[in-house]
Design a protein around this ligand. Sequence first.
Ligand code: UDP
Length: 342
Amino acid sequence: MSEKKCVLVSGGAGYIGSHVTVELLSAGYEVVVADNFSNCDRTNYEGVCAITGQRPPLEEIDCCDAKAVEGLFSRHKIDAAIHFAAFKAVGESVEEPLLYYRNNLTSFINILQAFANRGGGNVLFSSSATVYGEPDETPVTEQSPRKPATSPYGNTKQICEDILRDTVSACAGLRGIALRYFNPIGAHPSALIGELPRGIPNNLVPFITQTAAGVREVLSIFGNDYPTPDGTCLRDYIDVVDLARAHTCAVTRMFEGRMREDYEIFNVGTGRPLSVLELVRAFEKVNGLKLNYRFAPRRAGDVTAVWADPSLANRELGWKATRSVEETLSSAWAWEKHIRGI
Ligand code: UDP
């Protein structure tokens, strides 16, 4: 029997990283989790262990520390890395650009360097639909133009995509895939792992669930005068478990030598646009709740509408989003109740 492939998940104790770790372990891969717990606690790591019945090695390192990353690569035979270890608060990135550029670029460079030192490897980068900015046409395909980033956070996504492309082209044994996520929401059906925002949530669904739990008094819907059917913004909300499965498919594609190019990009979305108001109503309906919300002014930097054309990922990765928005919003509420002890 061939040896199990080993995947490094940097930021593996975070929201998406923990769901990806579960899917990789379930698919039979070995996983090494690296996390410095700068933006999460151990809840999700313990949740991963409870769900899978396995305790993947946990490396408590800061991926900005090149020596520490090199040490990790010398302790484990890493066949692929999925890189989540990055800051993600758009507003904070505007206040602290150097923090974002230093953290998000350095950690990624260190991981690429460790592979380059070994003559290659497989790298999956967590990119974002933010690279499309306000698109001229929707849905967006991978060929849709990238727009100038409106925040340092968004810029780090574009720069890291370019770093990956350039490094892959310079290093013969290196392959890279950038997955452009749309709006990941929800939690694992077990309610043992999920999103744990620190402080006031920036994202819509954690704000909704915290409002439903009574932690926040009222949800502000930012803008109801957009040129959309109900005046609120349109997004492509993708279940985090569906999103996680896309990573397993992408890693397997790399391992099986099925890539068409050494650097590939895939949209990871449902292809289904939903407005903020539709999402709020769906949450109320599936969970039998009334949400306290009000309309508020537009939030600076928000785009009107963006959703994916996921057909490339559907075809090439053999992956498709399968969970309904109802299932996803009920999992988000189950997770909020779990962590609040409701
Ligand atoms: N949004 C909102 N109230 C909130 C948070 C978000 O109305 O408290 C809206 C936001 O304006 C956007 C959508 O929800 O139209 C998704 O925002 P989120 O921050 O979750 O993701 P983004 O698409 O900005 O990355």
